[in-house]
Ligand binder design. Structure first.
Ligand code: SAM
Length: 285
């Protein structure tokens, strides 16, 4: 790439399948003077796979500031530099943000190259209808802090996207099932783009049993996506249960009338809610 600018190129790399890299990323990695990377051996594996022999420099969470200074010096000499992380998009639950800020602060251009990201990959196959999602990333590792964080997320009106490590996935899923509504759906996406990729969707209430059913279900890298909270109906759970049961056997009008007689709730409200349930809004899948 002869006309490459003097800039820091932030390059997304695969999250498992070495083929998941863009043509532009390969062109840029071939054209830069240096690749700053989280782990030089890991990056070398990717670069070798694509026949690229550019020098590398370690830039990880423990040396990000000093490494950023080196990048700024090189950029000052007119060099072109790329930044990659071990997997996916740098700066997303990965080092990169501090270096990018420092480079930008020193007056150099930062050019992002979009590509693989585990959260977006999981969302693309989750099939949730929720219009919004919140990327949470890793929850705190300490039990108390993790449970507090989940409780704070419970009312957020959006699907929630978590990253989790295999040795913590069982505990985290148990906490999610306990602290969020158990009827919310979870999509467990493990080993995305890899040989043993698995994407399973189930009510949160069933997720711990699913993980325990097979030791392989707890292995590998995980994205957990939890659907948004069920719509607030203003109705108590018992009224909802009675209405849903009647609705499975009767037309809307009759179901609402009988539910009103059984629960003592206003018929109009029950009729409106019955229509929503019939349309699939708020019905457990
Ligand atoms: N920067 C990366 C990105 O763009 O997705 C994320 C890096 S973070 C240190 C690593 C976490 O991402 C893993 O613990 C896991 O939760 C998730 N992850 C990465 N690759 C994955 C994959 N192939 N399948 C499922 N989750 C993955």
């Amino acid at each position: 790439m002869a006309d490459m600018e003097n800039a820091l190129y932030v390059v997304a790399t695969p999250i498992g399948n070495l083929g998941d890299i863009t043509l532009r990323a390969l062109e840029v990695l071939r054209g830069v003077d240096l690749v700053a990377c989280e782990d030089t051996r890991h990056a070398r594996h990717l670069l070798d796979h694509h026949g690229i022999s550019v020098p590398t420099l370690a830039l990880h969470q423990h040396n990000e500031n000093e490494a950023a200074d080196k990048l700024i010096r090189l950029l000052g000499e007119g060099k072109r530099v790329a930044l990659v992380s071990d997997a996916g998009t740098p700066g997303v639950s990965d080092p990169g943000a501090r270096a990018v800020a420092a480079v930008r602060g020193a007056g150099f251009k930062v050019i992002p190259l979009p590509g693989a990201n585990a959260a977006i990959t999981a969302m693309s196959a989750a099939g949730l209808a929720d219009p919004r999602f919140l990327f949470v990333g890793f929850l705190p590792t300490k039990v108390g802090a993790r449970r507090t964080a989940i409780s704070e997320l419970a009312p957020v009106d959006a699907a929630l996207v978590f990253y989790e490590a295999p040795h913590r996935v069982t505990e985290t899923v148990a906490d999610l099932a306990e602290l969020l509504e158990p009827q919310r759906e979870i999509v467990i996406a493990r080993e995305l783009t890899k040989l043993f990729e698995q994407i399973e969707r189930m009510p949160l209430a069933d997720a711990s049993a699913w993980l325990a059913a097979d030791a392989n279900h707890q292995r590998g890298e995980f994205v957990l996506v939890v659907s948004a909270p069920l719509p607030r109906t203003g109705m108590d759970a018992e009224t909802e249960r009675v209405l849903a049961a009647l609705l499975s056997e009767l037309p809307v009008k009759q179901a609402a009338k009988l539910a009103a007689a059984i629960t003592g709730q206003p018929k109009n409200a029950l009729y409106a809610r019955a229509l929503e349930l019939k349309d699939g809004k708020g019905l457990p899948l």
